[in-house]
Design a protein around this ligand. Structure first.
Ligand code: NAD
Length: 512
């Protein structure tokens, strides 16, 4: 059953009934009935509702941050700055950007076949979209798709993670209070079965979660031939070049890996350091991580909270054990309070390339650091993974950093920063390789929320269409001339073809 459980204490403080397949289908049916009227509203009316939503959420920001801390485990300040902060920024951004994006556009075609047509491109909503979301950033991840989808005229049914149901309820209340109709934004609670039922009912799925579940969602959508956008896991590399500011790199990578107890899709999960600065970087990193306080998210001085569930802790412990059995060494392991969700923030060195932390996504506070000969080896090791979500490069030479970024097989690269690529809401976010399909954020994120229709109007009905029936020897000669006029490299050839082209176009003869 979906429940809000404090990972620090194990206390369950709220439970929600599961929506079975019938309830999910009924929610989608209600959304489908309400959606045409929502889509028919002028876009500025929908944008006004989202602007009001930001004010409703701003007013409840402390309450929202506390809920996130109490069901996810992260520090309240982190929930306020990242979860609430990014949500407000993305809602404001999309409310401003959507009206311009949705404007119908004339398209000037350069194709000869379209020379007498006026083409307009219009963007229409998909209908009812399903948003299936994880627990690690349980506000802004679902809303990264839900807000632009609503603005584009879709109805949204959100299936939040069964581990963070309460924050989804708060978001729903804020949207409804802001004027989004109850049937246009709905929340259905449940685990995998509810998510699968949603995939069976909606017109498009936005999924954020693990690669394994993403593959199931993609298969379910393929069976119904409906589109899906998938934001999946990452095994992100951080490359520290010899000229980097090592204090800065150490602080950034410590935050990038250990914030949210390491449970961040774009966290730095494998660090590669040029040999010349390896020891100095390790010293700086160890000093930075040693200062972190591990404790409950609700305590003011906590930097790193518990992981969300004992099963997540068990996975990271197994990955850690695999590395240790194969010869890795622990450089640092912090003390943690008692509790079955705490995993000690740990720095590993000498981690074999075929061990689990180097070949799988690690979703917890475990950081393997590897010495590399030079930048070429760093890039080769960084790219040696099936995933390609994001990456970071640490260097004093920005031009060199950008050159390295261009060689990395990831959807985004930060130079001298960590994690923030997923929170810059006007820039597309989405992985390469097994890290996903499609994008959220930016104009590409809006594009995922619509289907584009081309409307072509023929303005010269009195003139014959050269390719309609009226075939014969003369027609063939004229069509041949048409091709030469359009595509010949020789100007003379084009000019010679013109009389036939004029006859083809202006002759009134038409067989059928
Ligand atoms: P998960 O795959 O276990 O669950 C995600 C959601 O899918 C949950 O709501 C779950 O109930 C639902 N679900 C489970 N089985 C389903 C099925 N068969 N059909 C439909 N829905 C189903 O992932 P998680 O543990 O909640 O999240 C962590 C993962 O998410 C990590 O791999 C992380 O990297 C990834 N993630 C990616 C991004 C990104 O932007 N790329 C962002 C955040 C998290």
């Amino acid at each position: 059953m979906p429940e809000s459980r404090d990972p620090a204490t194990g206390d369950v403080w709220k439970r929600y009934p599961v929506a079975d397949a019938e309830a999910v289908a009924a929610a989608v049916a209600r959304a489908r009935a309400a959606q045409p009227a929502w889509a028919a509203l002028p876009v500025h009316v929908r944008a006004d509702a989202i602007h009001v939503f930001t004010q409703k959420l701003l007013a409840r920001r402390q309450e929202a941050a506390l809920i996130v801390a109490r069901e996810n485990g992260k520090p309240v300040g982190e929930a306020l700055g990242v979860d609430v902060g990014v949500t407000l920024a993305l809602a404001e951004h999309f409310a401003k950007a959507a009206p311009r994006f949705l404007r119908a556009r004339w398209h000037r075609s350069t194709m000869l076949i379209a020379w007498r047509k006026r083409v307009t491109l219009v963007k229409e909503p998909h209908g009812v979209v399903g948003v299936i979301s994880p627990w690690n950033y349980p506000m802004f991840l679902p809303l990264s798709s839900a807000i632009p989808a609503l603005l584009c005229g879709n109805a949204v049914v959100n299936k939040p993670s069964e581990w963070t149901p309460s924050i989804a309820e708060l978001v729903k209340e804020c949207l409804h209070d802001a004027g989004v109709p109850a049937d246009i934004f709905q929340v259905v609670h449940g685990a995998g079965a509810a998510g699968a039922a949603l995939c069976d009912a909606v017109d498009k799925v936005f999924f954020t979660g693990s690669e394994a579940t993403g593959r199931k969602v993609a298969q379910a959508c393929a069976r119904r031939l409906i589109p899906c956008a998938l934001e999946l896991g990452g095994s992100d590399p951080a490359i520290v070049l010899a000229d980097a500011d090592l204090q800065q790199a150490a602080s950034g990578i410590a935050w990038g890996r250990f914030s949210n107890a390491g449970q961040t899709c774009v966290a730095a999960k494998r660090v590669f350091v040029e040999a010349g600065v390896y020891d100095a970087f390790l010293a700086a990193l160890t000093a930075a991580v040693r200062q972190l306080t591990v404790g409950p998210g609700t305590a003011d001085d906590t930097d790193v909270g518990p992981m969300i569930r004992p099963e997540q802790r068990a996975t990271i412990a197994a990955q850690h054990a695999d590395a240790m059995t194969r010869g890795a060494r622990e450089l640092l392991r912090l003390e943690v309070p008692p509790g079955d969700c705490y995993f000690p923030p740990t720095i590993l060195v000498d981690v074999p390339a075929d061990s689990r932390p180097m070949t799988e996504e690690t979703f917890g506070p475990l950081l393997p650091v590897t010495k590399v000969r030079d930048v070429d080896e760093a890039i080769a090791r960084a790219n040696d993974t099936t995933q390609g979500l994001s990456a970071s490069v640490w260097t004093a030479d920005v031009t060199r950093g950008i050159a390295v970024a261009q060689r990395l097989h990831t959807g985004s690269v930060l130079i001298n920063d960590a994690c923030t690529s997923a929170g810059i809401c006007d820039v597309p976010h989405g992985g390469f390789k097994a890290s996903g399909l499609g994008k959220v954020h930016g104009e590409l994120g809006l594009q995922e929320c619509v289907r584009t229709k081309a409307i072509a109007v023929d303005w010269f009905q009195a003139w014959r269409q050269p390719w309609w029936f009226g075939y014969g020897a003369q027609h063939r000669t004229d069509i041949d001339a048409f091709l030469r006029a359009a595509h010949s490299a020789s100007l003379m050839d084009r000019v010679r073809a013109l009389p036939n082209v004029l006859r083809l176009v202006f002759s009134p003869s038409r067989k059928v």
